[in-house]
Design a protein around this ligand. Structure first.
Ligand code: SF4
Length: 294
């Protein structure tokens, strides 16, 4: 397989056929993200022959894949006809394939027409993954996300309106101690307004090859402690007044407290659990530091 650089995928795509369609991320500006900061993984779209060869190879494995994931950062940015050609070929070579999933940032979503999105859905897109990180404008500006809540809401409505399942991630701690309260409140509110099918909270990890690391070293960025991060989780869930069913998780390896909850039904129970951990400062049920990872 022609895998170049770090090929990233959501945890839920661990058993999927991974086809790398682009190398890197077309934005590549986020201050906390070190995935594609190396010069040899600058953003580029792979040519069709390379992608086709990888599909042929992956389709020849004995394993009968039912899901595929198109990597890297934001495959939805490709012209619709290119995405459709890749998806149709995967299905042609794998008649049992059920879903072909990918990442899509707000900019890429907003560039697609509703017809484009429906055509991609009909070709097999099951879940579109999107990192929104925060619902607070100032935090988004500081981390150079390249999108603001207004764009994210518009993009989410477009995806959901096209009948595509939306999975969004947010980052605990990304506002630092300075904007912790605003970050958590606005992130919860925004998630509630967007009401994605799946939402998950990860905890920011400060990686050496990032701008955030420099800010951390200079003291400009201070990460909340573990109970501060739990407080953010509580505030996010408290403010998530979803209008559709949403499966919320915080079971990523980077988190201290794994949570799985069907919202809105289990909102109260989860809040009580977090409250109990915070009020007793009981670290025994938190993940030990050495077991946390990206
Ligand atoms: S977080 Fe996502 S959008 Fe931002 S630079 Fe990394 S891959 Fe690109």
């Amino acid at each position: 397989m022609d895998y170049v650089g770090h090929v990233i995928r959501p945890p839920s795509e661990a058993y999927s056929m991974i086809i790398q369609v682009t190398v890197g991320c077309s934005h590549n500006m986020c201050t906390f993200c070190g995935t594609y900061k190396d010069l040899d993984t600058r953003f580029r779209i792979k040519d069709w022959d390379t992608v086709k060869k990888d599909i042929d190879e992956a389709s020849s494995y004995r394993h009968r894949f039912r899901r595929a994931f198109l990597a890297d950062g934001d495959v939805l940015i490709l012209p619709t006809e290119d995405i459709l050609r890749i998806m149709h070929y995967i299905k042609q070579k794998n008649p049992h394939m059920e879903n072909i999933n990918m990442y899509g940032n707000a900019k890429a979503i907003l560039r697609k027409s509703p017809e484009d999105l429906r055509a991609i859905r009909d070709a097999g897109l099951g879940v579109l993954y999107q990192g929104i990180e925060s619902g607070n404008e100032e935090v988004l500006r500081r981390i150079k996300k390249g999108a603001f809540p207004k764009h994210m809401k518009e993009a989410a409505a477009k995806v959901i309106g096209a009948g595509i399942k939306l999975s969004q991630t947010v980052l605990l701690g990304i506002g630092g101690t300075e904007l912790s309260a605003e970050h958590a409140r606005d992130t919860g509110k925004l998630l509630g307004e967007m009401s994605p099918d799946f939402a998950s909270a990860l905890t920011v990890m400060i990686l050496p090859n990032t701008q955030l690391f420099q800010e951390y070293k200079s003291g400009k960025f201070v990460l909340p402690d573990k109970f501060g991060l739990l407080g953010e989780l509580r505030t996010i869930i408290k403010n998530m007044n979803v209008t559709r069913k949403c499966y919320f998780t915080s079971n990523h390896a980077s988190n201290y407290l794994p949570i799985r909850a069907n919202l809105p039904e289990e909102q109260g129970a989860v809040l009580r659990l977090i409250e109990q951990v915070i009020s007793t400062k009981d670290e025994s049920i938190l993940k030990p530091e050495h077991m946390r990872a990206l």
